[in-house]
Design a protein around this ligand. Structure first.
Ligand SMILES: [Zn+2]
Length: 257
């Protein structure tokens, strides 16, 4: 389970995304634990939860579901997918940068990255991580988050189960479910997702892949930045294009952000 904070019910302001914010931690942990409950009641043997928000310092082994395992810290490019998971889920997910009506929508870094394109299409964490899972042959079966995050996944994995816990009314404005309603919805959708295992295909991108990252003004790369990495080129002063013979090669090359 890939977790984040900006797509959690009741989280709508920047100050709430501080990893040590007590209320956000409770809201996020509650949604994660509801998903774990749903997966276990749907037949999962093991649920591994990655603390994916801002530096992996939000979740605690004290409050995570007693039957889940907590994955902490920065992950390598494969995000431990080589361990052979059956499925991947997103909880607390936000839409990609520049999503219309996306609550705190961004792609990896709201301060560092203006925009990302994969094979010419705008993408964020959802598309790239779903493609990463797909590269390992693993499907994404569940997403909870705001309406914008739901649209991002639905466009590439229409069969995935989706729990929309809030509607974005602006970058810092939303209409949210209560924590209780969000948890109930997520638990139910997680269980339903387990029943669909085998019917949700992995999202595989065939052939060569380009990942283009437009950095923000304050993170303008050095003029020769692309020259240092193979398969990369400067598109303009703030944009680097990373090429690979397949998704994984482009992905690994682009991981300088
Ligand atoms: Zn994020």
């Amino acid at each position: 389970m890939i977790t984040d904070a900006e797509g959690v019910a009741g989280v709508c302001r920047q100050d709430q995304t501080e990893p040590k914010d007590t209320e956000m931690r409770q809201l996020l942990t509650g949604e994660i634990n509801a998903a774990v409950d749903g997966f276990l009641s749907g037949g999962a043997d093991e649920v591994v939860v990655w603390d994916g928000h801002d530096g992996s310092q939000t979740l605690s082994a004290l409050t995570i579901h007693p039957k889940a395992k907590l994955l902490m810290g920065a992950m390598g490019p494969g995000m431990t997918m080589e361990r052979g998971y059956v499925a991947v889920a997103f909880v607390g997910q936000h839409g990609r940068a520049n999503s219309r009506g996306g609550v705190m929508a961004h792609s990896y870094s709201s301060l560092g990255i203006q925009k990302m394109l994969m094979n010419g299409k705008p993408v964020g964490e959802i598309e790239t991580r779903t493609a990463l899972a797909g590269w390992y042959g693993v499907p994404v079966i569940l997403l909870s988050g705001d309406q914008a995050a739901a649209s991002d996944l639905r466009a590439i994995v229409p069969a995935a189960e989706i729990a929309v816990v809030k509607e974005g009314l602006g970058y810092y404005a939303c209409l949210s479910l209560s924590a209780t309603a969000a948890r109930d919805l997520i638990r139910e959708r997680a269980r339903a997702a387990m029943a669909k295992l085998g019917n949700i295909p992995p999202y595989k991108i065939d052939g060569p892949v380009t990942i283009e990252v437009e950095y923000s003004t304050r993170h303008t790369p050095a003029p020769d930045a692309a020259g240092l990495a193979p398969g990369s080129e400067m598109v303009d002063a703030r944009t680097i294009r990373y090429r690979g013979k397949d998704f994984m090669e482009a992905w690994v090359r682009s991981r300088r952000f």
